[in-house]
Design a protein. Structure first.
Length: 460
């Protein structure tokens, strides 16, 4: 088994593109692990049991058990090994709690700006990273992720099931998810860390010369392939040659509405922004039987995608309440209750076509969730990944996302990177127009996981 030292990413870039027919969500999380200035020895191949260096696939100097990143995309039309009932309910609960925690701690969620993130992308990248943490560093990371109730074996098996299900979806509502580890070829890594990343997260593995000019292009090529060109780059040259590792997660979603909005129905209508100003927007219009909830202080609707494995849930707070106040009511318990209360109703729905883009610096939100030691240059312990306690730390975490929604459906993509440096008949009808700030989430109906979530305060 080979071990790798992974390169951190210093920049995060997602190119904006125009899409004629569907919506686009693109997200990227950057978490660099850096080498400390002293105390860490760069090694060649080690004879020590359980430790080795990672070799590049090109020079065949070692084995990783993985295909070179970018060359092994899962065929999502193949049959999954696991079934939805195999998903650990503890993981589903943890993912929901973390998604809501992270969204609420993101400072833009209630600031009047559009907020967008992929909580599953962030969580999966951090969970991979946590496997390299030890002691209190790992305990803090797992508590922040709400995974502290699972053993290492339970946690990693749960992600193996989840990864399998998410990478096997239908033709009309595709979800592609991929992980990769990019290690500094000079550094010795723990075998268990690498094998767990490969076996539980399906991670592709490569060793790189972090100082080589072609290294950023190679990483960016992987990102572009996994997101089908929606994100062209996530690192910008030059990379810090002392970066230890780069852990990447990419999520791509391409789904058509089960009930498309007729394009002829779209017309200009007013939308009242968070600042009270009104603007004319392209408002889509649909008459259909949909999941609907008339809640306390809000109305909500579920828009299914074809094959019914995915759904977008849209929540419109009452004008007297407002989005900011409504978000204080968003808790895991409330979310689960609301989902149970949806009922089928004949609806007259108006929803604006919208695009939004967002970039989030995640260090402060993660610290607010209790993930302090991992980000501490002097006290972080990632010795289950490489080196000794205090040698490397999590340098930064970034997330970038963009979305475009229209009559046909939604395309979504997300990239997370970890950089390490040293059912009854309708009984009611509804008329609902999303003409003021609202909240939305895209949910995998098989697993209950929130793939994307966001707020719209104004229309772009």
């Amino acid at each position: 088994m080979s071990q790798r030292r992974w390169n951190g990413m210093q920049g995060l870039i997602a190119d904006r593109r125009n899409f004629a027919t569907r919506g686009l969500i693109v997200g990227a999380l950057l978490v660099p692990l850096l080498l400390q200035g002293c105390g860490f020895t760069v090694k060649g191949p080690s004879e020590e049991s359980g430790r080795s260096t990672v070799s590049t696939p090109e020079n065949n100097g070692g084995t990783t058990g993985a295909t070179p990143p970018g060359e092994n995309r899962s065929n999502n039309m193949e049959q999954a090994t696991y079934k939805p009932e195999d998903v650990n309910p503890k993981l589903t609960e943890a993912q929901l709690a973390f998604a809501i925690d992270l969204f609420r701690e993101s400072d833009g969620a209630t600031s009047g700006t559009n907020r967008l993130l992929s909580p599953i992308s962030v969580a999966m990248a951090l969970a991979m990273t946590a496997n390299g943490a030890e002691g209190e560093t790992q305990e803090e990371m797992l508590r922040a992720l709400h995974l502290d109730g699972l053993t290492d074996e339970e946690r990693n098996r749960s992600y193996r099931v989840l990864h399998d299900l998410l990478t096997h979806s239908g033709e009309e509502a595709r979800v592609l998810i991929a992980n990769s580890l990019w290690g500094n070829e000079r550094i010795t890594f723990e075998d268990n860390f690498l094998s767990t990343a490969r076996e539980s997260f399906g991670a592709e593995i490569a060793a790189l010369d972090m100082g080589a000019p072609e290294t950023p292009e190679r990483i960016n090529d992987w990102v572009s392939k996994q997101t089908e060109g929606q994100i062209d780059s996530i690192v910008e040259p030059p990379l810090d040659p002392d970066t230890i590792m780069f852990l990447l997660n990419a999520v791509y979603l391409d789904a058509n509405w089960a009930y498309p909005f007729p394009e002829d129905n779209t017309s200009k209508r007013p939308f009242t922004r968070a600042d009270g100003q009104s603007e004319q927007v392209d408002m889509m219009h649909l008459y259909e039987q949909l999941g609907y909830l008339d809640g306390d202080g809000f109305e909500a609707v579920r828009l299914p995608y074809k094959d019914q494995t995915l759904g977008m849930y849209l929540f419109l707070p009452d004008a007297s309440l407002g989005l900011e106040e409504w978000l204080t009511r968003l808790t895991p318990e409330a979310w689960k209750t609301w989902l149970q209360d949806f009922g089928l109703a004949a609806g007259d729905l108006r929803l604006p076509k919208f695009t939004a883009e967002d970039e989030i610096a995640l260090n402060d939100p993660l610290k607010a969730l209790g993930m302090n030691l991992a980000l501490d240059r002097d006290r972080a312990d990632f010795s289950r990944m490489a080196g000794a306690p205090g040698d490397i730390f999590l340098h930064e975490a970034k997330h970038k996302a963009t979305i475009k929604v229209n009559e046909k459906g939604t395309i979504a993509a997300a990239v997370t990177s970890i950089e390490i440096r040293p059912s009854s008949a309708p009984s009611e009808t509804f008329e609902l127009e999303f003409n003021r700030p609202f909240f939305y989430a895209i949910r995998d109906e098989r697993t209950g996981l929130l793939l994307f979530m966001g707020t719209v305060h104004h229309i772009q």
